[in-house]
Design a binder for this molecule. Structure first.
Ligand code: GAL
Length: 345
């Protein structure tokens, strides 16, 4: 069942809608403004319903530039100095994060209105990103479809360009399995990441083209570990450099295989979330810049107050030929799928 209601006006004055898909077990709310996930409500071990996705009350509040729950495009993560070369031609993108390009630029997909089509238990958001939007070549027909199953949220991306281009899409939901209204950090929550390596970064969190083993570092989550053990560790070079988790974990070197990337578990609520994806990487970001953001229900989100599992191609893949290619050839269809599954333990 899908319900829809007004979500107010965006800062630019567009009328946004809030859509809620419900079944007997859970519900998912989305808006056509930035194709954001607004909430994901699941039962906890006491049978109470907990919203586990951070977010805001209306479209106006989503106009702040912080990507909470947003669809990210055309290119998730950083591109060094916002420059890439394709077919021998150099393209210059918007620089919006220190010296680099981040998450599609000044006005990425998170700021755009999407056309919404409702189906039985899914909603398809689509838009055409015009040629040279934020500096990217080609008119790109893009859609993202969110489906609510009995125990999961499935996200499917599709894109076709009329010129060769590059792309990398993700969703930027911040999860807190203690509840979005708990105002707690995720330090006590237990994470597993099915990755042997991560992309080394510089101090701007830009991937510099090296893949390092997680073995022997605070980034080793191959067996379940409290997030706080990593986030509060000292002397681990990658963590010291970025001040916490803001790294792409290497799931494989190719796209296509649908696999479990990560698990997150909260003892207090008994909620367990699994992230599955066909993408080669997952950027795990631990809300390092939070502190002053006030979300749904007037909740102040603390630093480390949520965690993102941004499934994607490798960051800065435009700069390294040995990274999985982010090139989308004219007329070819890009597809990718991610699923967040919820259980009670
Ligand atoms: C993440 C990124 C972080 C930060 C965040 C948005 O994907 O890796 O460094 O920019 O998005 O605030």
């Amino acid at each position: 069942m899908i319900e829809s209601k007004s979500f107010g006006k965006t800062a630019a004055g567009a009328e946004a809608t809030l859509y809620t898909i419900k079944n007997n077990n859970m519900s998912l709310s989305l808006t056509d403004y930035g194709a954001h996930i607004v909430s994901i409500c699941v039962p906890d071990k006491f049978g109470n319903i907990k919203d586990v996705a951070l977010g805001f009350e209306n479209a106006q509040e989503y106009s702040q530039d912080n990507y909470i729950g947003s669809t990210v495009g055309r290119f998730a993560n950083r591109i060094e100095k916002g420059v890439f070369t394709l077919n021998g031609k150099e393209y210059k993108l918007a620089i919006n994060n220190g010296p680099n390009h981040l998450h599609g630029g000044m006005e990425g997909f998170d700021t755009k209105m999407f056309k919404a089509e409702c189906f039985q238990n899914s909603i398809k958001f689509s838009r055409t990103s015009p040629d040279m939007e934020e500096g990217f070549p080609g008119n790109l027909d893009f859609s993202v479809t969110f489906t609510l199953t009995d125990n999961s949220v499935v996200i499917e991306y599709e894109a076709v360009s009329d010129e060769d281009t590059v792309c990398n899409f993700t969703n930027h939901a911040y999860f807190n399995l203690a509840g979005a209204k708990s105002a707690e950090t995720v330090e006590e929550q237990i994470m597993t990441v099915f990755a042997d390596g991560y992309c080394e970064t510089d101090s701007d969190a830009l991937a510099i083209g090296e893949i390092k083993p997680v073995r022997g570092t605070a980034m080793d989550f191959r067996t379940p570990k409290k997030l706080g053990d990593c986030l509060n560790s000292k002397g681990c070079y990658p963590i010291d450099l970025t001040g916490g988790l803001d790294h792409n974990f290497v799931l494989s070197m190719r796209r296509g295989e649908f696999k479990k990337a990560a698990e997150l578990y909260c003892e207090k609520t008994g909620i367990l979330m699994e992230t599955h994806t066909d993408q080669p990487g997952v950027q795990i970001y631990s809300a390092l810049h939070f502190g002053d953001i006030v979300g749904k229900g007037n909740t102040k989100y603390p630093r480390l107050g949520g965690i993102c599992f941004e499934t994607q191609g490798f960051p800065n893949a435009t700069s390294f030929s040995y990274f999985p290619s982010p090139v989308l050839r004219a007329g070819e269809k890009f597809t990718s799928k991610t699923e967040y599954k919820f259980f009670v333990k």
